[in-house]
Design a protein around this ligand. Structure first.
Ligand code: SF4
Ligand code: SF4
Length: 68
């Protein structure tokens, strides 16, 4: 299974990664806020990830790493 890492404290909660993921792996956990006060993207369905890395390429702040 691929490993997805989100550096939550760099995330600004823009949602681009959530929108681009074809497998609906990413989303927002309503109970989560990072140190900057943003709601960071979270990995909600890790088993569905196909390691396409669209999310990592889309993120403007390079928060996401995908390892196969
Ligand atoms: S690597 Fe692809 S399938 Fe996995 S979370 Fe990112 S966009 Fe979704
Ligand atoms: S694209 Fe990057 S900054 Fe935007 S929500 Fe996703 S991880 Fe956070």
């Amino acid at each position: 299974m691929p490993t997805l890492t989100i550096q939550s404290d760099l995330c600004k909660g823009c949602g681009l990664c959530v929108d681009v993921c074809p497998k609906k792996v990413l989303g927002f956990d309503p109970s989560s806020l990072n140190a900057k006060g943003y709601r960071p993207a979270s990995v909600l369905a890790p088993d569905a990830c196909v390691a396409c890395a669209f999310c990592a390429r889309m993120c403007p702040d390079c928060c996401i790493t995908v390892e196969r």
